[in-house]
Design a protein around this ligand. Structure first.
Ligand SMILES: Cc1cc2nc3c(=O)[nH]c(=O)nc-3n(C[C@H](O)[C@H](O)[C@H](O)COP(=O)(O)OP(=O)(O)OC[C@H]3O[C@@H](n4cnc5c(N)ncnc54)[C@H](O)[C@@H]3O)c2cc1C
Length: 395
């Protein structure tokens, strides 16, 4: 892989090189490991075995430095892209969603006591976490529009009592740490909770198009969950502000990991096209195939550049809300096209589980929806365009 294209610190390059070697040499062979649940997601037993090997190789939680400092976002990009070279890579290296975003948020907003108790086990890769925001459409709850949140929290003595239902909660099954969002009279609040808790009951884990995330995406019912007041993250009423802090970097890190996966899918498709023959020549010499691979090459680079640009904006201290919307749409839509071309180049093999290309195709399809569907980002960008126009034409 020829990354990065612009000066990135030697420390990040060094970490990225180690991560790439680890994923290629150690993690990729685990792709055929049968320890999966009935949705095809890796079992925790497999995840923790790979993490032990990542710790031995010095690449566990590689984006958090000893002492707790994070790499910059631009540095994080070169590391996370490489961890994504296998769908199992982020799980092995502990750079996966939702944990990576949850760690970031806790690091930014958590008190020292909360960090010690909830963040430390996540950084050490000993536990998984889940982020509880979305609510079932059938309840009329929060989805694309988080302000529709129906889950409530109310203070009772020195505890908050939470009630409601949540859905698509990645990794809720098997997680040890939860960040739960609920609405109080003051506004949205966030809480840190130990899991499992009998007051949070898993109702259903649907079969989904993707299969990379342990525990799947659960619908849960929260009934009279009592959370000590000191487990509130930050201040009451500030929940949406904290969600904003998590949002841009979490969106961007999805772009990073799935870009890594698409780079690998493109390598597999290229290898096939350079070996396989049809009508007297190798596939790549047929213009229709060569052009598909050329388009992949162009769009992979565009995705990498978009990520680096947005990461630079975040590193400047901006929340990067607009830029991360632009990057999320551009990258997720490009990755979908790239994965589709890889399937096509592989012919029948492309739709089988004999390579990871088929899984990458499924994963990036789901990515066009979570962390904001494409249309919602475009809609909010259009609102900004109108606002700016009005501002420019005021008076
Ligand atoms: C694989 C996966 C993992 C997830 N993990 C988590 C998790 O861990 N925690 C969590 O809290 N949530 C999670 N989610 C939920 C995710 O964030 C929501 O699915 C997403 O916000 C959309 O909400 P919704 O599904 O309710 O869609 P809806 O809000 O019902 O929207 C449906 C569609 O309507 C369109 N639409 C909506 N608003 C507009 C608009 N303003 N303009 C134009 N079109 C619009 C879009 O095309 C959208 O896809 C996950 C989802 C998936 C698929």
């Amino acid at each position: 892989m020829n990354l990065p294209f612009d000066p990135i610190s030697a420390r990040a390059q060094d970490i990225a090189t180690k991560v790439e070697a680890f994923v290629r040499e150690v993690v990729i062979p685990y792709e055929s490991d049968p320890r999966r649940d009935h949705h095809g997601a890796p079992l925790d037993e497999l995840v923790y075995e790979m993490r032990d090997r990542a710790a031995e190789a010095g690449v566990l939680t590689p984006h958090v430095l000893p002492g707790g400092d994070h790499l910059t976002q631009r540095e994080t990009a070169v590391v996370l892209i490489r961890s994504g070279l296998s769908p199992l890579g982020p799980l092995a290296c502990n750079t996966m969603a939702p944990d990576e975003g949850n760690m970031y948020l806790l690091g930014k907003v958590g008190s020292e006591a909360l960090k010690q108790r909830f963040l430390q086990p996540l950084i050490e890769g000993r536990a998984r976490s889940a982020f509880f925001m979305t609510e079932p459409a059938e309840d009329g709850g929060a989805g694309s529009d988080p302000s529709m949140m129906k889950t409530t929290c109310a203070l009772d003595g020195n505890h908050w009592v939470i009630n409601g239902r949540k859905t698509f909660i990645t990794g809720a099954q098997g997680a040890a740490v939860g960040i739960v969002m609920a609405k109080a009279a003051e506004g949205a609040c966030m809480f840190l909770v130990d899991l499992p808790d009998p007051a949070i009951r898993i109702e259903h884990i649907p079969n989904t198009i993707d299969s990379s995330m342990p525990g799947g995406h659960a619908t849960v019912r929260i009934e009279n969950l009592r959370v000590p007041a000191d487990q509130m993250l930050g201040e009451a009423g500030e929940g949406f502000k904290y969600a904003q802090i998590r949002l841009s970097p979490a969106r961007l890190s999805h772009c990073m990991r799935w870009l890594g996966c698409c780079i690998r899918a493109h390598e597999i498709a290229t290898d096939y096209a350079c070996r396989r023959e049809a009508f007297g020549k190798t596939l790549i010499d047929h213009e229709g195939v060569g052009f598909m691979l050329a388009e992949n090459m162009i769009e992979l680079k565009q995705a990498e550049l978009m990520i680096d640009w947005c990461a630079g904006v975040l590193d400047s201290g901006s929340l990067g809300t607009v830029e991360s919307s632009m990057a999320k749409v551009a990258v997720s839509e490009a990755l979908m096209r790239i994965a589709d071309r890889c399937v096509q180049v592989l012919g029948g093999t492309g739709v089988t589980d004999r390579t990871i290309v088929e899984q990458v195709f499924r994963e990036v399809r789901a990515f066009r929806i979570y962390d904001g569907p494409t249309e919602v980002h475009k809609w909010s960008l259009a609102k900004k365009i109108k606002r700016d126009w009005k501002h420019a034409h005021a008076g």
